[in-house]
Design a binder for this molecule. Structure first.
Ligand SMILES: *Cc1c(COP(=O)(O)O)cnc(C)c1O
Length: 424
């Protein structure tokens, strides 16, 4: 397999972009990433004309695959040609907000922003403004975008920034605890309950392996936050409109968060984020309330149209049945292969999310630390590359999950299972 043009482009990119990329994970593969020419259904074609089965799907947004259905394409083209944006409101913002509030019962009102990061920044500020408290509890290994409050590691007693450029005095307002650990959560509320504005968590950790909540864990979070007048924020940037279909993961788990952040799918492949929740909380955002929030591009008509038409298409077609079925086929095929060839590894996922975790003892991870202890170097240096040689594109590190789209086929699944058989 040749990568000459990608190699040349990466050489050029390194001169004008730090690390040659605009988002860090894209350069997680060595020696350099392939550059994309175009997408095609469930496949992606690189600039050297190699074609891969694409299970990355933009890291989540592309529920329908690379080809927009006619209704989505027409709406995007019309909006773009009418003049892309205005700094004045448009009807399509209301339509997408109405769609979301209709399908996600915890959400009465929404504020659209431009990325998942911006959504969690806004949700955290809103939670602090609403409660008058400072501290945010997060899960170790949870990901909420590139923002100051959540780029924090360590534990609740010793939080520290996980990136240069963040003051220790900021990190002290963030309390990281292990996912699924109820005792750790109880301790944090005993020690800091009066100053906890919110618990912020992904319903399923999707950026650190795939780690599922244990039975009853979300009900536990719902209860302990309510007891202490803290908010429960679900970060559904990945799981929203993917797990649990249009009702999202909160519908699947039957838990009602106070606030929810969205991103990825809700913009139909264009830059997007959103915060939603009860009107009584949401109305603390400016101009209704006093928690400042604004954005030049927020509610961008092209994005709103793409999101609305994508979700409408999903509502009117067999999208979730198809992606969940293929997800199930992949996971059960992978379980057979793993049992045979690598019994120490685990197959994780649900609905249209999947990942083979290179664990060392075959037990399903309950928190991020379990994933971190895996054979991450083998995954990155040996396995990923072998899969690429078999024309299968997987997410660029051991920690990010992979996604089935409506454009994938049974044949893609068969080819992928064969490749895992070769590469594992
Ligand atoms: C991707 C992601 C984000 C960040 O979204 P961006 O659009 O990349 O800023 C936040 N939270 C979760 C759970 C995500 O998966």
């Amino acid at each position: 397999m040749k990568h000459d043009r990608s190699r040349d482009l990466y050489d050029r990119a390194l001169s004008v972009m730090p690390g040659g990329v605009n988002s860090a994970v894209r350069a997680a593969v060595e020696p350099y990433p392939f550059f994309v020419h175009k997408g095609d259904g469930g496949h992606v074609v690189d600039v050297d004309d190699n074609r891969y089965v694409d299970w990355v799907m933009g890291l989540g947004p592309l529920l329908l695959g690379h080809d927009m259905p006619e209704s989505v394409r027409a709406a995007v083209q019309r909006r773009a040609s009418e003049g892309p944006m205005y700094a004045a409101p448009t009807e399509v913002e209301i339509e997408l907000a109405e769609f979301v509030t209709r399908h996600v019962p915890s959400v009465e009102q929404l504020r659209f922003v431009n990325s998942g990061t911006e959504a969690t920044v806004s949700a955290v500020r809103l939670a602090r403004g609403y409660t008058g408290r400072n501290k945010i509890v997060v899960m170790q290994g949870g990901y909420h975008g590139a923002q100051e409050t959540t780029l924090v590691e360590g534990d609740a007693e010793h939080p520290r920034p996980s990136s240069a450029g963040i003051p220790q005095s900021f990190a002290e307002h963030t309390l990281p605890v292990p996912f699924n650990d109820r005792d750790a959560m109880r301790e944090v509320f005993e020690a800091h309950g009066d100053d906890i504005a919110a618990v912020l968590t992904e319903p399923i950790l999707g950026n650190y392996g795939i780690v599922h909540p244990e039975e009853g864990y979300h009900e536990f979070l719902r209860n302990i936050t309510a007891e202490h007048d803290a908010l429960l924020i679900f970060d559904e940037v990945i799981t929203g409109f993917r797990v649990g279909g249009l009702g999202c993961a909160q519908g699947r788990f039957d838990v009602t968060p106070d606030l929810t952040t969205f991103g990825k799918i809700v913009g139909g492949g264009f830059p997007v984020g959103a915060v939603g929740g009860r009107a009584e909380i949401m109305e603390h955002l400016t101009p209704a309330g006093d928690v400042f929030q604004a954005g030049t591009f927020s509610g961008h008509p092209v994005t709103m149209a793409a999101g609305l038409e994508t979700l409408t298409y999903a509502a009117e077609n067999d999208v979730y049945a198809h992606v969940d079925d293929l997800g199930e086929r992949l996971r059960s095929g992978l379980e057979d292969i793993v049992a045979d060839q690598a019994p120490e590894y685990t197959v994780a996922g649900t609905a249209s999310m999947f990942k083979v975790l290179f664990t060392r003892d075959g037990t399903e991870p309950t928190c991020a630390a379990d994933v971190e202890r895996g054979e991450t170097d083998r995954w990155r240096r040996i396995f990923w590359e072998s899969m690429l040689e078999e024309e299968i594109f997987l997410s660029q590190n051991q920690f990010e999950c992979q996604f089935v789209s409506h454009a994938h086929t049974d044949e893609d699944v068969d080819r992928t299972l064969e490749a895992y058989k070769e590469a594992l």
